[in-house]
Design a protein around this ligand. Structure first.
Ligand code: ARG
Length: 461
């Protein structure tokens, strides 16, 4: 098995189909620079343990640095004969510093603790980028909310008219879940910051290397307390994948609304030309493809999570080769969000809201009925009775082809004796909205405070 990291006990090389199945350079090469950073820390550990002379240590670290430059410039890359990123980089190191010195670095480590560590450090770096990209979407929502602070819209439950809302309030309701996703990334980072290096294949190393020193060299906060867990656990990969899926689901919920709002029937929002596409046959078309792709990718991201957890279930300790299957779904989720999030920020930031149409629809579908009931409660009518009276008013309006705000003094006694002319003063969108002025409510003052809170929360993350 020429060129393999494990040739010694084999009389011949792997079958072609065996090698093709085993090979991972086409997806794990993206971990190369993390592998090299691990190698530098490992070289320090070998030196501290007296297993490298000062000169060897210096030459090895310089050689790894040279190889890193070659990786960055593209001068060095995986060859067809390389099985994985670790093997390719050992070959590269031997090319740079020779077989004597290059062959020393593997002492006391295994691809099992290497890969577990690389995935954690790679994830820490990538999730920071994802968090910044999510932040762009949050900022787009906050900017739109700020521009539409006082604009009303119909609020819905069950997609049916419910109560009037401010558009700003509704938009911020999409920002908060995304902020929680960023918080999830921050929380997860504390767990990802524990290094498995030093676990070796599963049992730890006999060479007197210090895993905590390696962890600190690599920017981790600590090393794993259990080497078997360190090499075999992939719950953090699943957790990262969950956060990616949750971001996808959160984006798909905004997207579904953008898709509805941009129909002629709703007519609530117009998509910017830069963030929509046309049809090859229907000249009038302007399609919400960003939103649809977001909705579609949410399914894909959830699928990645389901696939990962299915792969992990029932695996005996410690490392099993099944675990190599964690990379592609994880990397795919990151790649998809790196594409999707900037497009979402662009689409949301450029949406043109049809505020007159939204305002006109806001009191329709009897959405002021709760205000009638609340007014009756303030007249000391028990809520159950008030609900009933307001319901009769809705029935009256429906039968007469009118809305609650069309009611006149003459209509009221025909509905119920408790409805005096003063009730007409609450039958406005503005009154309905601004009456809901507790924390988290839709009154303009409350939403302005909420927007400030949302921005401050984002800045604190
Ligand atoms: N490529 C493997 C993975 O992604 C790491 C190498 C461990 N291979 C092995 N034969 N022990 O999990």
């Amino acid at each position: 098995a020429e060129g393999m990291l494990w040739g010694g006990r084999f009389a011949g090389g792997p079958a072609e189909a065996m090698f093709a199945l085993s090979k991972s350079t086409h997806f794990d090469w993206r971990l190369a620079r993390h592998d090299l950073a691990g190698s530098v820390a490992h070289a320090h550990a070998l030196h501290r343990a007296g297993l490298l002379t000062d000169q060897e240590h210096e030459d090895l670290v310089a050689g790894i640095g040279r190889l890193d430059q070659m990786v960055v410039s593209g001068e060095f890359g995986p060859a067809p004969s390389d099985e994985d990123v670790h093997g390719a980089l050992e070959r590269g190191l031997i090319e740079v510093v020779g077989p004597e010195l290059g062959g020393r670095l593997r002492a006391g480590r295994s691809r099992n603790d290497q890969i577990a560590t690389l995935v954690r450090s790679y994830l820490r770096e990538e999730l920071r980028v994802v968090a910044a990209e999510v932040r762009q979407v949050v900022d787009a929502l906050c900017t739109q909310a700020g521009n539409h602070l006082g604009d009303p819209m119909p609020g819905r439950t069950h997609l049916q008219s419910a109560q009037p809302l401010l558009l700003s309030h509704h938009l911020l309701a999409h920002a908060w879940p995304l902020l929680r996703d960023i918080q999830r990334i921050v929380d997860l980072d504390a767990r990802l910051a524990i290094s498995p290096y030093g676990s070796a294949a599963l049992a730890g190393t006999s060479l007197g290397l210090d895993p905590q020193a390696v962890a600190h060299d690599l920017g981790f906060t600590d090393s794993v307390p259990n080497s078997v867990d360190g090499t075999a656990a992939r719950d953090l990969v699943a957790e990262a994948s969950y956060v990616l899926a949750q971001i996808g689901v959160d984006l798909s919920r905004v997207s579904e609304e953008v898709i509805l709002w941009s129909t002629v029937e709703f007519g609530f929002a117009k998509l910017d030309d830069a963030w929509s596409t046309g049809s090859s046959i229907m000249p009038q078309k302007k399609n919400p493809d960003v939103a649809e792709l977001a909705r579609g990718k949410a399914g894909r991201l959830v699928g990645n999570l389901a696939g990962l957890m299915t792969t992990f279930k029932g695996l005996p300790l410690a490392y099993n080769r099944d675990l190599q299957e964690d990379k592609e779904p994880l990397f795919d989720g990151l790649d998809q969000l790196h594409m999707l999030l900037p497009a979402m920020a662009g689409m949301i930031g450029t949406l043109a809201f049809q505020t007159e149409r939204m305002a006109e629809r806001a009191p329709q579908g009897f959405s002021l009925a709760t205000d009638v009931a609340d007014w009756l409660v303030r007249q000391r009518i028990p809520f159950a009775q008030a609900h009933d009276i307001s319901g009769k008013a809705v029935r009256y309006c429906e039968a007469n082809g009118m809305e609650l705000f069309d009611l006149t003094e003459a209509d009221l006694p025909r509905i119920d004796e408790h409805l005096t002319p003063e009730v007409l003063t609450v039958l406005t969108v503005e009154g309905s909205i601004n009456a809901r002025d507790g924390r988290g409510g839709t009154a303009q003052k409350a939403v302005a405070a909420q927007l400030a809170e949302c921005r401050a929360t984002a800045d604190d993350l």
